[in-house]
Design a protein around this ligand. Structure first.
Ligand code: NAD
Ligand code: IPM
Ligand code: MN
Length: 351
């Protein structure tokens, strides 16, 4: 058996609820594939912050760094000032572990309710830059709380950072059947960053003659996500636009409860981190109402990353089958149980 070490950060709200179901599915798969997942669970998030004032101590970060991959639930809690955990824990992990490719696939599974009347064949992936943009904390405020307050939040875009994520997106587009790449930005207004992104795409495109390249301003991209999402194959975009577009992408493909993501370090200089796109959902936390499917699909992306594509495919198939037969409200545990049973081969799909 091949041992893999996983750092598990369940986090806040529904994070621990959905993570438990993802781990349950991984436990079913492990013996089938001759692997083990040795887990270290990290108590990080609101509870720890209230108890100690810590978000992610450097010593804990260094421990997490020693693992093969990270599985994260969600962070953020109404009892903690907004931004403390999001920046101090989640973004710190993404930045410190150089997760420059934030991979967010969207596929409309058969039988999934979508708000779109004519969805078409939705199957695209957003390659969201993960370490730069307006997320870097390059800003400040003066005269806070006065009528003269001034606040800035400056977006950081480096040639190095843009080129590496654009190259990754082109490689992904080249490997997909439709070979199409859409850059989404706002280069008609954000001319400095926008032109860097556009120029970089143009330059790298020369190395990928088989990839069709397209550009959309982010506002227009939201139109097409709602009216013609089947036109997209690979979308490459900056950190903030990617955040917003992927909640919309989730909404058109069955909802936020199904949307998975990987924070990938393609150079493998540090472990990659897999987590649902959704947050800690304080409005439903503790009620077993959260759909764990996004967390389970994220575990599938983790398996792919660890070189276990057959195991990953089992998760996708089990989720597709489960979705096709969904009816009525089920608890978090019931959904996890149903998917785990399918992965175990205990449930045969009704033809
Ligand atoms: P959210 O994604 O937590 O919730 C938005 C809506 O979606 C809520 O109505 C929620 O009940 C619903 N929802 C989310 N996940 C669901 C699931 N698995 N099943 C069913 N319904 C689900 O976003 P928000 O309300 O904007 O943020 C809440 C907190 O989570 C904030 O503190 C925010 O900063 C944080 N957050 C964290 C992450 C992360 O850890 N990656 C992502 C987004 C938001
Ligand atoms: C996400 C979240 C995070 C982001 C927040 C919580 C920092 O919304 O993972 O989509 O903006 O990246
Ligand atoms: Mn988000």
């Amino acid at each position: 058996t091949r041992p893999f070490s996983l750092a598990v950060v369940p986090g806040d709200g529904i994070g621990p609820e959905v993570t438990a179901q993802a781990l349950r599915v991984l436990d079913v798969l492990a013996p089938q594939h001759g692997v083990t997942f040795e887990r270290t669970e990290y108590d990080l998030g609101a509870r720890r912050w209230h108890a100690t004032g810590e978000t992610l101590p450097d010593a804990v970060l260094e421990e997490i760094r020693q693992h093969d991959a990270i599985l994260l639930g969600a962070v953020g809690d109404p009892s903690v000032p907004s931004g403390v955990l999001e920046r101090g824990l989640l973004l710190k992990l993404r930045f410190e572990l150089d997760h420059y490719v934030n991979l967010r696939p969207s596929k409309l599974f058969t039988g999934v309710p979508t708000p779109l009347a004519a969805p078409g064949d939705i199957d695209f992936v957003v390659v969201r830059e993960g370490t730069e943009g307006p997320y870097v904390g390059n800003g400040g405020a003066i005269r806070v709380g006065t009528p003269q307050e001034v606040a800035t939040e400056v977006s950081l875009n480096t040639a190095f950072g843009v080129e590496r994520v654009v190259r990754d997106a082109f490689a992904r587009a080249q490997a997909r059947p439709r070979r199409k790449l859409t850059l989404v930005h706002k280069n008609n207004v954000l001319v400095h960053a926008g032109h860097l992104w556009s120029r970089t795409v143009e330059t790298v495109a020369a190395e990928y003659p088989e990839v069709t390249v397209d550009y959309l301003h982010v506002d227009a991209a939201t139109i097409f996500l709602a009216t013609d999402p089947a036109r997209f194959d690979v979308i490459v975009t900056d950190n903030l636009f990617g955040d917003i577009l992927t909640d919309l992408a989730a909404a058109i493909t069955g909802g936020i409860g199904l949307a998975a993501s990987g924070n990938v370090n393609p150079d493998r200089t540090a472990p990659s981190m897999f987590e649902p796109v959704h947050g800690s959902a304080p409005d439903i936390a503790g009620q077993s109402k959260a759909d764990p499917t996004a967390a389970i699909l994220s575990a599938g992306l983790l398996l792919d990353h660890l070189g276990l594509p057959e195991a990953a495919a089992q998760i996708t198939e089990a989720v597709e089958a489960d979705i096709a037969e969904r009816s009525g409200a089920r608890s978090t545990e019931e959904v996890g149980e149903a998917i785990a049973s399918r992965v175990a081969g205990e449930v045969s799909t009704v033809a």
